[in-house]
Design a protein around this ligand. Sequence first.
Ligand code: LLP
Length: 421
Amino acid sequence: MDHFLYRDGQLYAEDVPVAEIAAAVGTPFYVYSTATLTRHFQLFDDALDGTDHLVCFAMKSLSNQAVIKVLADAGAGMDVVSGGEYYRAKAAGVSGDKIVFSGVGKTVDEMRMALEGGIRQFNVESEPEMVVLDRVAQSLGVVAPITVRVNPDVDAKTHAKIATGKSENKFGIPISRAREVYAMAAKMPGLKVIGIDVHIGSQLTDLAPFEAAYLKVAELTEQLRSDGHEITRLDLGGGLGIPYARSNEAPPLPSDYGALIKRTVGHLGCEIEIEPGRLISGNAGLLVSKVIYIKEGEDRQFMIIDGAMNDLIRPAMYDAYHDIDPIIESVPGAEPAKYDIVGPICESGDTFAKARVMTEVKADDLIAFRSAGAYGAVMASEYNSRPLIPEVLVNGDQFAVIRARPTYEEMIGRDTLPTWL
Ligand code: LLP
């Protein structure tokens, strides 16, 4: 459920007409709903009710400072994967003991930053990383709390580019070698092993792969305990999928997911962490764009809009589907039209949808891409020298620009000329 609904024939973001925001900030832009963000966080928090737990928002899905603050105020921890994300979390007021650091390529500088600023735990992904973290922690005279991310060799049954739990993926250490790696970690004075981490992929629409992975983690917990390790925390990753097409998708609910967690690992008495991104931020955001032209092709109609693949890369990159709706609700009985919806960028991959049947629109009409809150703005670029588009946050009947559209001057302002030019 989200808070982008039609009212009196036009699309609203909570209590604000989307058209009003478009008039104020220009198009294209992203708009996020505070109520949807907090509702989705709350669903996870409630799903784990009764267990000691922390829901750490995967900031990679949407990392605007205002969004982080909304979720942190609601009680979320943060899952970060770079020094930049760590910096963002701290700047939004998140305390270090609520930040977990994931990722296969943490650098010495990033480790140092997190150890100095405070960290809940590092999710370590390899032996070489362990060696480096041990050294960095010792050089600072501190002990780094760690989990080891295990790769359970489970097929997440999602798009290949976002599956992470198979042995061919770069993530984690093979679960078959886990006992050996934990034995090695236990001997390192700069590290304190506190638990196990697993994340098998993103946009999972079936609970079975989670179940397979969590059962393996439960078994490993018992083995590691019998080897003498204190396993007190399980980080179970993120990945629960969302419906991108309202017509035919019904992914499991956070409550089902919570019940699965309790069923598979609840008896171990560990503190549970999860790292959902998309399910919290995805349906909390729209990308709003304006139709520039309707162009007749040989055998099709192109809807050319002012948003492009640089603003939302998911369709080009993963063949992702997003529902696309007009801002003015279609009148019942109106004839639908069929469009290839494309952006202005000079490559054919700049296509959002092919043969999409929707209400007829004309130049200057506004359209909205649904479920664009996650992996939308954060994956944007300035390709074709199109400035990053603004982000807007709505809360009830108020809205605010939370990242302004850079001017052309600002866009080129980071380039510098060498002295010889
Ligand atoms: N934890 C770890 C270690 C992750 O790698 C990820 C996502 C998450 C949590 C959050 O997963 P989520 O709950 O959002 O599914 N750009 C792609 C998605 C990449 C996901 C990468 N890792 C997309 O647009 O579909």
